[in-house]
Design a protein around this ligand. Structure first.
Ligand code: B12
Ligand code: SF4
Length: 449
């Protein structure tokens, strides 16, 4: 093997609360490494969780990995929170190893490749597997200027190059991606604009992957990093039926939509040992339409309410995710969502849910990012820090500093009323958890620290 590729997860420099859960795995880097291993050596370096959280500590750790055989460094600007860490790593490498070629990829790089102009040698837009393979075919040389590489979408097939006995080694939670792509077009999400192809492993291969990972690594949980788990009903039913038969001694986690499930599926998810998170986002008909949550917002909310009640009746541990303050949100739509949530829990019923209410953040690569000028005109929306990822400071505070609608002017503090409201809802919901649900969630969160 002529050279080695280092795939670097850069430090997250201003994530504060946003990045508090450092339990995110690296299925993206594991997939990239597996796809080039026949051409060169490939290793993953995680600077987002080195012992020293400070930048000098992270760079010192990187230096220990930079042996003479390293011929290419790939940096994953996976989210916009990674931007300043990516720039810091590039500058460090340029100062210490000026001839070493650098390629950058990831969701932020895909959304704004121009952010790396004059910094990286190559910027990969989209899925990185094919583009990286072409770069690694021979030891790469630095080009004169930054070159944009359009990554061809990856299609998952059962003939995959992954060594599943090696993914997430030593992790309590192993992250697995069994499908790519999503058929929906929610405007706050980056998936619809990045042009990923829709593909998935066959049910038999997916079950083989999960079984191999669990038997070889004995994790306490398996989390699915699919953009939208359960987007294909038939596949999901067959996969869960197979998983139930395997009776593996782990807990599972996935993110899906309430309008995609059925009461039978919810029961199957529970019997398999899942905690399921539902990206509901809003209970307001107006906002469901603005966010483009579904082609028929009324049907979306009706179906979601039925299924969230069914999840409680089934005692399936689950999370309900809301996104307040998306452009167009008014005090009325906020109240509509809160009223809608109240209808989920009739007096005296049992619960197995937990509510997570977030405030909209401005993310490059999304339809909402593209539409800001339109929202400004239509709703009077404003984004106070349009390039927050380039600023130093609390990134969560900077990215969420927006005015969703002119109706909030003069009462901006009230926009954050959902934080206190959420606490009250969770106190009521958790008081109604059964002992089984409580014990499941204690184990689930206990593992994550
Ligand atoms: C699953 C997931 C998570 C999981 C973690 C998954 C994991 N890796 O462990 C959880 C739920 C923890 C999570 C959290 C967050 N997430 Co998230 N997440 C996703 C999701 C749905 C799938 C990611 C995934 O694993 N895909 C499959 C893997 C195999 O590939 P991939 O990530 O797509 O990477 C490919 C390319 O980006 C490229 N690539 C990546 N790195 C590199 C490097 C090089 C050198 C090259 C050449 C190419 C390349 O090639 C890869 C392989 O094809 C994406 C949306 C999506 N559709 O992708 C959002 C997404 C990445 N998340 C996002 C965000 C913002 C977050 C949070 C900050 C959100 C929050 N509310 O707190 C947190 C971060 C906190 C944390 N501690 O991680 C945004 C990023 C957008 C942006 N501009 O920043 C996305 C795009 C969702 C969105 N809103 O649109 N997330
Ligand atoms: S938020 Fe979920 S359902 Fe909506 S487009 Fe993104 S991945 Fe698909």
């Amino acid at each position: 093997m002529s050279f080695r590729l280092l795939l670097v997860a850069p430090p997250v420099l201003h994530g504060v609360g946003w990045w508090s859960n450092r339990d995110a795995g690296k299925p993206h880097l594991e997939s990239l490494a597996a796809h080039v291993r026949r051409l060169c050596g490939a290793d993953v370096v995680e600077l987002d969780r080195v012992d020293e959280p400070d930048l000098p500590g992270a760079l010192a750790h990187l230096d220990t990995q930079l042996t003479d055989d390293v011929g290419l460094v790939g940096i994953s600007c996976w989210t916009s929170l990674h931007y300043l860490g990516t720039v810091a790593v590039i500058k460090h490498l340029r100062a210490t190893h000026p001839t070493l070629p650098i390629v950058v990829g990831g969701h932020h790089a895909t959304a704004l490749p121009s952010d790396f102009e004059g910094l990286a040698d190559w910027v990969v837009v989209g899925d990185g597997e094919h583009a990286l393979r072409s770069l690694c075919a021979a030891p790469p040389k630095r080009p004169d200027e930054t070159v944009l590489l359009k990554g061809a979408p990856i299609t998952l097939s059962d003939d995959d190059p992954m060594d599943w006995t090696q993914v997430g080694v030593g992790e309590q939670t192993v992250w697995l991606t069994l499908s790519r792509g999503c058929p929906f077009r929610c405007r706050f999400c980056l998936e619809p604009l990045r042009g990923a192809a829709s593909s998935r492993y066959s049910v038999a291969h997916a079950l083989h992957i999960v079984e191999t990972v669990v038997r070889s690594q004995a994790p306490s949980s398996v989390a699915f990093a699919d953009p939208l788990f359960g987007s294909n009903r038939r596949w999901t039913e067959q996969f869960l039926a197979g998983l139930e038969e395997l009776a593996l001694p782990v807990q599972f986690w996935a993110e899906t939509r309430a309008d995609l499930v059925t009461a039978e599926l919810l029961a199957l998810y529970r019997r398999c040992g899942f905690k399921l998170d539902f990206g509901l986002d809003t209970g307001s008909l107006v906002m469901a339409e603005v966010m483009e949550k579904a082609a028929h917002p009324e049907r979306y909310l009706r179906r979601s309410a039925e299924m969230l009640r069914a999840a409680d009746a089934e005692a399936l541990p689950h999370g309900v995710y809301l996104l307040f303050n998306y452009p167009g949100e008014t005090p009325e739509t906020t109240r509509a969502t809160m009223d809608w949530i109240r209808t989920l829990m009739p007096p005296g019923g049992a619960s197995s849910g937990w509510l997570s209410a977030q405030s909209f953040f401005h993310l490059p690569g999304t339809e909402s990012f593209r539409r800001m000028p339109e929202y400004a005109e239509r709703f009077g929306s404003r984004v106070h820090h349009p390039r927050w990822w380039t600023l130093t400071g609390d990134h969560h505070r900077l990215a969420t500093a927006t005015l969703p609608h002119r109706d909030w002017e003069g009462q901006e503090d009230a926009m954050w009323g959902h934080v206190r409201w959420q606490r009250g809802v969770n106190a009521r919901w958790s008081a109604r958890w059964t002992p089984e649900v409580r014990s499941f969630l204690q184990t689930f969160y206990g593992q994550r620290g």
